[in-house]
Design a protein around this ligand. Structure first.
Ligand SMILES: Nc1ncnc2c1ncn2[C@@H]1O[C@H](COP(=O)(O)OP(=O)(O)O)[C@@H](O)[C@H]1O
Ligand SMILES: [Mg+2]
Length: 256
């Protein structure tokens, strides 16, 4: 269980203050998928950094299994918005890195990495360097590396934004299949409302900066979900319309 209790984050730069997150209280129940939506620059990535324990909140606290988090949470697998593959390592050696750190033998870790690369459609690219990959491929390599680490919590910051529509749906399918097997707690930042509803148990919408919870909607669509079909169901359309209407109103108000 991840609990955010009245957390806020102010950045101090020279003499300027910037309030990025304001009084956010949210609970992420074990084994649930939560999608976070909000305007660019509102503070979503900052919030994930605090959940990961990389940033300390300036107000309130983050709790992980009832313990106050004051260090990096090693149960977290974090796919940051910017991919962070090591440029001097090949794809397979990047993906196998978590197992290398864990002391797994070379033969075993390369075999595992090869399997996971196949899952994300990167077989054939094992020996390439990250500079030789497209943005979407680099994202998939990051996803593979995170999955190999098999963390309890997945923090995904706009993980599929760089992918074309077909590949994105394939990745949704992969994520849901892996989730049904491992039941990680997933927090996903996305700008894609269809993606949010397809994957999540709950959608949380943030206000413009400083990020505050503006709107929440449970997504009670039956699981397992067929990522190709679910978006055409009546229930899906109703949920989509409801959230869309909220976003439309918010947009209209800001324009005034
Ligand atoms: N390390 C940092 N130092 C100073 N300001 C930051 C830092 N990280 C983020 N910010 C600022 O906080 C605000 C929210 O950023 P971010 O969390 O990246 O937004 P989002 O992910 O919603 O687009 C932005 O104004 C950004 O410039
Ligand atoms: Mg961001």
């Amino acid at each position: 269980m991840i609990e955010l209790k009245h957390i806020g984050k102010t950045f101090y730069k020279e003499r300027a203050e910037l309030l990025a997150v304001k009084d956010v209280s949210l609970t992420f129940k074990p084994h649930t998928v939560t999608a976070l939506i909000g305007p660019s620059g509102c503070g979503k990535s900052t919030l994930l950094n605090m959940i990961a324990g990389l940033y300390q909140p300036t107000e309130g606290s983050v709790y992980w299994n009832n313990q106050k988090l004051d260090h990096v949470n090693t149960d977290v697998g974090y796919m940051t918005q910017k991919d962070n593959l090591l440029p001097w390592r090949t794809v397979i050696n990047n993906v196998a890195l978590p197992l290398e750190i864990a002391g797994v033998s070379k033969a075993e870790r390369l075999a595992e990495a090869r399997k996971i690369l196949k899952l994300v459609n990167l077989d054939g690219f094992e020996d390439k360097y990250s500079s030789e990959l497209s943005g979407g491929m680099r994202k998939r390599a990051c996803l593979a590396r995170m999955l190999l680490y098999n963390p309890k919590i997945l923090l995904l910051d706009e993980p599929f934004a760089a992918l074309d529509a077909q590949l994105r749906v394939a990745m949704h399918d992969l994520l849901l299949r892996l989730w049904s097997e491992h039941k990680q707690t997933i927090v996903l930042v996305t700008h894609d409302l269809v993606e949010a509803i397809t994957l999540a148990d709950r959608v949380v919408v943030f206000s413009p900066r400083p990020a505050k919870v503006a709107y929440e909607r449970m997504i009670d669509l039956e699981r397992p979900r067929d990522v190709m079909q679910v978006r055409f169901s009546k229930e899906f359309q109703n949920i989509h319309n409801e959230i869309w209407e909220y976003l439309r109103q918010q947009y209209a108000e800001e324009k005034i």
